[in-house]
Each structure stands twice: as structure tokens, then as C-alpha cells.
Design a binder for this molecule. Sequence first.
Ligand code: PHE
Length: 451
Amino acid sequence: MSEKRSQFTGKIGFVLAAAGSAVGLGNIWRFPYLAAKYGGGIFLLVYIILAVTFGFALMCAEIAIGRKTGQSAIGAFKALDKRFSFIGVLASVVPMIILPYYSVIGGWVTKYFADFTFGYAGLAAQDGYFETFIAKPFEPIVWFSVFIGLTALIVLFGVEKGIEKVSKIMMPILVVLTLFVAIYAMFMPGAMDGVIYYLKPDFSKFSATTVLAAMGQLFYSMSLAMGIMITYGSYMKKDVSLEGSVRNIEIFDTCIAFLAGLMIIPSVFAFSGGDEAALGKGPGLMFITLPKVFDSMPGGSIIGAVFFLLVFFAALTSSISLMETVVSIITDKTKLNRKVTCLLVFLGSVLLGICSSLGFGVWSNVSLFNMTILDMSDFLSNSVLMPVVALLTCIFVGFIIKPKALSDEIEITGKFKAKKMFNVIIKYIAPVCIILILISSVLDALGIMKI
Ligand code: PHE
């Protein structure tokens, strides 16, 4: 008999750890930028509706699969129906792809935090600073190694003493820091126009792509379709309310995304004199535009340091969930000892991450469809594998094991209030929507259709 499975101590530990996974770079950098692009208030509204229906149902399903079987993705699908363990295998590939490149970006965040803390804000705000930094062969790899080394260290301490403890400290600090920066940003001269731009619905920008973009963002933001919530569910105690926990995680994730918009959009607006184009800089927004914005603010190096610290916490708790998922899949499958697995996963990710990092410099000529190594990994995991896994999971739950198998698990602690909605979404609504996301994101990436 293998050793007893670790567990989160209770609801708070579980919710904070799962929210730690959900709240990440996606909330802080990607959400505000999408909201600004797709009509402000209207995007927010669509996103919130999708989060409490679609996101809720999928997250309940994944956590219930994990808790019911007590296993990580591959074992969980196998335990429910042997013929379908391939869904678990596909789901497991996703965190293996994401972990290395997510940590490369985590390394950039760490570097910017250090720059702002040690008084180099002016330097970080200079034109070309970011491009020069990421193209260097060694320095980004050093920061990446620091970030992933820290991730591995926390995962090594285990579910309760590592992940739960760190989440209980970092997540509340993250909320306080986010509120602080958001309030500061909103009250800067010229910032109110940005607040209005962010919150006022622009109905003319509403279209089917708004819904698709919101749904794509939702998946990534709630860490769905990559085995993470299955793994975390397998560490959840049976006497904790699953439905209530999912509601809390969802609120946490959406509130931080919303506040991130209030931090970023008004400050960029104030800085650029109301020029919306400054928001549409894609990945450059966080590393190119924001450092300039902070540098121009009174007290900006402190605000910048606080901002990059909160982004660092958000990214770290997410990378922890990615690594834990990979480690848990390997230990469940091979019965290797946890420490050895951690070391192997760490080394494997360092190798892959180095390739991603070099893709911005010496290997920048390695590309496919015009994408760098990092973009390619991102495309493969987010635009292809995740929708496929989500679709297969819905079909599996809706028609093979049937939603009742999971709603019974959810009802262990009492009535499942959203049971009807859960059934309908999993069986019909989610599969149709996911097929649409899949088609549009592939067309988008191949440049055939622009979302
Ligand atoms: N949910 C995280 C975010 O919003 C992203 C993430 C994806 C984290 C996958 C872990 C795993 O940034």
C-alpha cells in the first residue's frame, strides 16, 4: 500500500490554494487588456455571467472527479472508466507544456520586481530595455531558474506544509496589495477617464467574438482543462462543501481580475493622456508600458515594486499548482518518491524553459507560423489541447459516467443548489461553446480570422 494521500486541512486552505492557481498572470495582465479591447463594461458583464454558469459547472466537474477518485488526472479518468484514461493523459500534457514557459515569464516578473526594489525604475522604463533583456542568453535564464527553483522548493514541502501554507500567506497579501495599487491608480489626475472607459459598456463593440474571447479567458483564468483542479480535488476532504468552495474560488478569481483592470487601465490612461492605443500593446503592456507609467508617477518606484511583488505572488502560486499537478501525476503513476519526482520535474522544466527563453534571442529564428517557441507552446496548450480536453471531459461526464455520478459526490455535504444548471451546461451548452472556441482560436492563430 502506498503512503496515505496528503490533504488540505479544510475549506480555507483548499479555497486559497485553488484560488492561488486560478489567480495568475492571466488575471493581471490578460484580463484588463481584453476587457479594454472588447467594450469595457459589456465584456465584464459577459465574463461574469460565463464565470458563474459555465466556469462554475466545469470547475465543479473537475474537482468532483478528483475528490471522488482520490487520484490525479490519468488515474482519475481510468478509475471512472478504463477506456477513457487517454483524456487524463491529454490533460496531463498541458501543465507539462505550460510550466516551463510560464516560469520564464515568472522570471521576468522577478527581475522587474528586483529592478523596482533596488532603485532601477528609471532604467526599466527606458525604450528597448525589455527587448534587450529577454534577448540576452544568460540573464533571463538566471531569473527563470530562481523562479522555478522557488516553485520546486515549495512543492517539495508538500500539500499541507508547502502549498497550503504559502497560499494562506500570499493570497491575503495579494488582495491587500491589489486594492492598494488600484485605489492609488484611480485617484491619479486624469485617471477617472480610464475608469469610465473600463467600466462603461460600449455596446457597439459587442459581438460573438466578445463571448468567445471571454470564454477563452475564463478557461485559462480558472485553470480548467489541465488536470489541476482534478489534482487539487483529490486532496480535498469529503466534509468540505464542494459547491461552496467553487463559488468562493470563482469570486476570488473574478474580483482580482476586475481589480487588475482598475490598477492598470486608469494608470495607463493618465500616462498616455487618454490614448486607448497604449492599452493594446499585448504582452508589452506589463513589461514595457507599465514600467514607464510607474516611473512617471509620484512615488512610482514604490508602487512599481508593490505591483511586481503582487504579480510575483500571483504567478508563483500558479506555477506551484502546475508543478504539483505534474509531480502528482508522476508519483501516482510510477510510485516514485515525491522528492525524486520533484527533482526530475524541476530538471525537465529547466531544460524546456531554457529553450523558451532562448527563443527570444539566439534562437529567435526557430519559428513556426511566425510564432516563437514560447508562443508555440502557448498556442498548443491554450488554443488546442485545453479546449479538446474540456470538450472530452464534458462528453465523458455528460454521456458516459452521467452527471449524477458527480452530483452525488457534490451532495455528500448537502444539497447541490445548482444541480439542474450543472447538468444542462455539462451535457449541451459547454460542448457546443467549446467547439466554437476551438475553431475560432485555431483560425485566429493561423491568421485566417482575427479575433
Ligand atoms: N489561471 C492562471 C492565470 O490566470 C493561469 C494558469 C494556467 C495557471 C494554468 C496555472 C496553470 O494566470
